[in-house]
Design a protein around this ligand. Structure first.
Ligand SMILES: NC(=O)c1ccc[n+]([C@@H]2O[C@H](COP(=O)([O-])OP(=O)(O)OC[C@H]3O[C@@H](n4cnc5c(N)ncnc54)[C@H](OP(=O)(O)O)[C@@H]3O)[C@@H](O)[C@H]2O)c1
Length: 292
């Protein structure tokens, strides 16, 4: 079994981006600028946004973190999105999800300019991704593609099973793996909570992507020998032995599954850091687009 080391690859990509930014600065070109909107005080969301912003700063990007109380109204939040759409400074931005219940997240996402939608959530970007046209690809699936590429994982003709059909992970992942491209050219099965015989389906997977948000759901008995296992899940479980009071657990029972795989992503240190690297790559693309 070999680990798909997302932490290491993410560091490598971030270093490449940092080098590129120095070249841009030396050439008098615009420094890429990422902005993030954070609503409310959800601990996990705060951690994710902070690490995205910190990584951008470290690479020499400009970054802005716009924090709002959870009482912000939908129309006030829409106004903030419009301001960022118009901003000459900001090249790309994200709105950290989930949003408070009184705000329609779809309405907010659809208000983001597709040219600044570095999370790749806007229908225009989703549509272009489906058609294999230039677009921002949703950062988590994009990060997984980068990882598969780095480790030269063969995907053509393989059976890829994706568990979870969310708009941000499972659905785009299934489409990307079925594209006539590398990584891709898989025969894809997209499973969800209504799927019957899930264990049997998973057992047929050459590449198994677990993105359902249920800690250690994927057991050894569900995994084919020598499969490639991608664990997207991140759940915080209370753990008094940890300084911060919790530990991060993936959707795969890593301890028992790892020995059976050819490759597997750890949690933490797998897909999570790759999401950040992919987001930064999208921001680099956004600054080029904004110049054009
Ligand atoms: N590493 C990263 O950077 C990153 C990024 C994003 C998300 N995540 C993590 O990835 C996980 C999934 O996130 P998400 O936003 O995609 O989740 P989500 O929106 O909650 O979607 C979960 C999906 O899993 C399916 N599902 C739930 N229980 C299932 C079961 N028992 N069997 C089969 N399918 C089941 C659901 O099916 P239905 O559609 O039928 O309800 C749904 O499609 C979470 O742990 C999240 O924290 C990690």
């Amino acid at each position: 079994m070999q680990l798909l080391d997302g932490k290491l690859l993410s560091q490598k990509i971030q270093q490449q981006i940092a080098d590129e930014i120095i070249l841009r600065k030396n050439a008098g070109k615009k420094t890429p600028h990422l902005a993030a909107i954070l609503v409310g005080d959800d601990g996990a969301s705060q951690t994710y946004v902070n690490s995205k912003v910190k990584s951008c700063d470290k690479a020499g990007m400009e970054s802005s973190l716009l924090k709002f109380e959870s009482s912000i109204s939908e129309s006030e939040l829409l106004n903030e999105v419009y301001k960022l759409n118009e901003s000459k400074e900001v090249d790309g931005f994200i709105v950290q999800l989930p949003l408070p219940k009184h705000i329609n997240a779809e309405k907010i996402v659809n208000a983001i300019s597709p040219l600044k939608d570095i999370d790749g959530f806007h229908p225009v970007n989703v549509g272009n991704m489906v058609k294999n046209l230039p677009c921002f690809v949703s950062a988590t699936p994009y990060g997984i593609l980068l990882l598969l590429e780095e480790y030269k994982i063969q995907t053509e003709g393989k059976h890829c099973v994706v568990i979870g059909r969310s708009d941000i992970v499972g659905k785009p992942m299934s489409i990307l793996m079925s594209r006539n491209a590398y990584p891709g050219n898989c025969t894809v099965t997209l499973a969800h909570s209504k799927t019957k015989n899930l264990s049997e389906i998973c057992l047929q997977a050459d590449i198994l992507v677990a993105a359902l948000g249920k800690p250690e759901f994927v057991k050894k008995e569900m995994v084919k020998s020598d499969a490639v296992v991608i664990d997207v899940g991140i759940t915080r479980l209370n753990d008094a032995s940890k300084k911060n009071g919790f530990r991060l657990v993936g959707d795969v029972d890593f301890e028992n599954v790892a020995g059976k795989c050819s490759y597997i992503t750890p949690v933490p240190g797998g897909v999570g850091p790759m999401t950040i690297a992919a987001l930064m790559k999208n921001t680099m693309r956004a600054v080029e687009q904004s110049i054009k």
